[in-house]
Design a protein. Sequence first.
Length: 170
Amino acid sequence: MNLLFNPRWISLFGIIAIALLLVSCGDDTPADFYWDGYVKGPNEGSGWLSIHEPYGEYSDARVDTYADAVSMNGHTFVPPGASCPFLEGNFGSGYSVHWENAANGNRGNLSTFLNCFLIVQGSWSTENDFFDNMIPLELGENVITVISEDAYGNVGRGTVNVVRLALQEE
């Protein structure tokens, strides 16, 4: 008898796989959790947000660039009421992630994605399926704050200081 295709083993592995998927459906990340380099808060309720780009986990929260715009991405909390029917989930109504640039008062919405495969994780980005909606920069300091919020009053915030440098003519 082939042990690999034994109905008992298949049933056992199926139960374990379903249990792992169900366990991963909750977001138990503490509200004061943050990634290295990310300027935390102030968060409200169980909200949190991390910024991964434009800097990596070993950088500080200041980025110098000659570019006139910047891409950003990171992770965010999963709100109550979110659903994970299969591989990609739905954050639910009233959930949004947007950016604000204090240097020019501009703001805009960010793309979101709720991953439901093995671990439930919320992500945000300036990129969507077709193009990158980069954040425009002014010369000098651009304090960019990313805010995620849900209908229950949970808010996550992250800030990065992007300094646009002037090109030097030779």
